[in-house]
Design a binder for this molecule. Structure first.
Ligand code: SF4
Ligand code: SF4
Length: 390
């Protein structure tokens, strides 16, 4: 008898020619499907209608300050590694209006109008293991504390996640060191692994939720065999062994706290342009600022939230000046927050090892190299100061 349904934790095999049914089923359920596309010589997450929109046969080459697309010698749809943008731009948009206020004229009272329009229901196609962890980290930041970001929560809770296991590691990836990849284990509705060779082009699908099982009712599949699961395990192991970077995270929190005065902070400050690229591309960085704008009559006002960065002088400005005046202070704040004080704040690392901050740093500053250099000459500070660390 032919198997027609899959339950949670079960696996099926979908032919390349049938993957379109997945996108169609998501559309039919009312999701706006977002996936990888080729734009501006990069892989960019954007709305897609069909598998023809995916970057078939493309991969990328990444190193410190370097990103370039190149052709693969097969037609893999997910044969690239991390793209410059993460899913953060959809769940925590770079710019959003928080409220408006209007009045008829100078004699009238303002009427406040919060933003409460309908939010999209996204289906993300192609979420990698490190990115899934980054989404979970931002979910903790935005929804597990005393103040909940209602927009993030609504977008996050409605999103359908189709994860994709990496079939190759990128030059700047180190998710294996951060225990956040390369294989997805939870937090998805469906997870795909692309299996491609001379004889076949198929996707092994794992169902992660009841929503995922419902969608799979619309997608033709065959039962997965033990040799298919073994092929996935081999890919996972090969990708983990092929990471472009590694980071020694042993006792990293205390190590960084103990080295707040390490001379390496001055060394990196001589190279850092404080351009903020690393924070903008980072899938876990979440800081924002707000700006108020009014029209010329003074009868219309709006408050906008936009991404900010701990690399700007204004970010740490308090009465009398910035508390992080030097590039050294700002880089140290960023890296120590990512790898140490984040653990105190949110009970996890703030870094998932996606490598974006290395690839997109214009001068190729590499967080793994900075940790390595500091470990080579540990100067455990006698006078430990956590000033500026939070
Ligand atoms: S580390 Fe690189 S990307 Fe980050 S602020 Fe400095 S120069 Fe810019
Ligand atoms: S700090 Fe760098 S490697 Fe770590 S999650 Fe952010 S962008 Fe990725």
């Amino acid at each position: 008898m032919t198997q027609t349904t899959l339950r949670v934790n079960e696996h099926g095999l979908v032919q390349h020619a049938d993957l379109q049914h997945l996108i169609t089923a998501l559309h039919d359920k009312g999701y706006q499907v977002i996936g990888p596309t080729l734009q501006d010589s990069a892989v960019v997450y954007d709305e897609i209608d069909s598998i023809a929109d995916l970057p078939a046969g493309w991969t990328d080459e990444q190193d410190g300050g370097t990103y370039r697309l190149k052709r693969r010698d097969d037609a893999a749809l997910f044969g690239y590694t991390n793209s410059p943008q993460s899913w953060k731009k959809f769940l925590h948009p770079p710019r959003r209006r928080l409220w408006q206020a209007q009045r008829e004229d100078a004699e009238s009272d303002f009427v406040f109008m919060p933003e409460n329009g309908t939010l999209p229901r996204y289906a993300f196609l192609g979420v990698r293991a490190c990115e899934l962890n980054a989404i979970a980290i931002q979910n903790t930041v935005f929804t597990k504390g005393p103040f909940i970001d209602p927009m993030f929560k609504a977008l996050h809770d409605a999103a359908f996640i189709v994860a994709v296991n990496c079939i190759q590691a990128g030059g700047t990836c180190f998710c294996a060191s951060m225990d956040s990849g390369p294989h997805v284990h939870s937090g998805f509705d469906l997870a795909l692994t692309e299996l491609i060779d001379a004889d076949r082009h198929v996707f092994l699908v794992e169902v992660g939720s009841r929503r995922g099982a419902e969608i799979m009712e619309q997608v033709p599949f065959e039962p997965a065999q033990e040799h298919d699961l073994a092929a996935v395990r081999r890919i996972e192991s090969a990708v983990a062994d092929d990471m472009g970077r590694t980071m020694d995270t042993t006792d990293i929190k205390q190590f960084l706290y103990d080295n707040v005065n390490h001379p390496r902070w001055d060394d990196v400050a001589n190279r850092c342009l404080t351009c903020s690229n690393c924070t903008i591309v980072c899938p876990t960085c979440f800081c924002t600022t707000v700006e108020d704008v009014t029209d010329l009559t003074g009868n219309q006002a709006e408050r906008w939230q936009r991404w900010d960065s701990c690399f700007t002088l204004d970010f740490a400005y308090i009465h009398g000046g910035s508390v992080r005046a030097l590039a050294r202070d700002r880089y140290r704040q960023w890296m120590t927050h990512k790898l140490a004080s984040w653990i105190d704040q949110f009970d996890s690392s703030g870094c998932v090892g996606c490598g974006r901050c290395i690839t997109w740093c214009p001068v190729g500053i590499d967080i793994t190299e900075e940790v390595h250099a500091m470990r080579e000459s540990d100067t455990t500070s006698a006078e430990i100061s956590t000033l500026n660390m939070v």
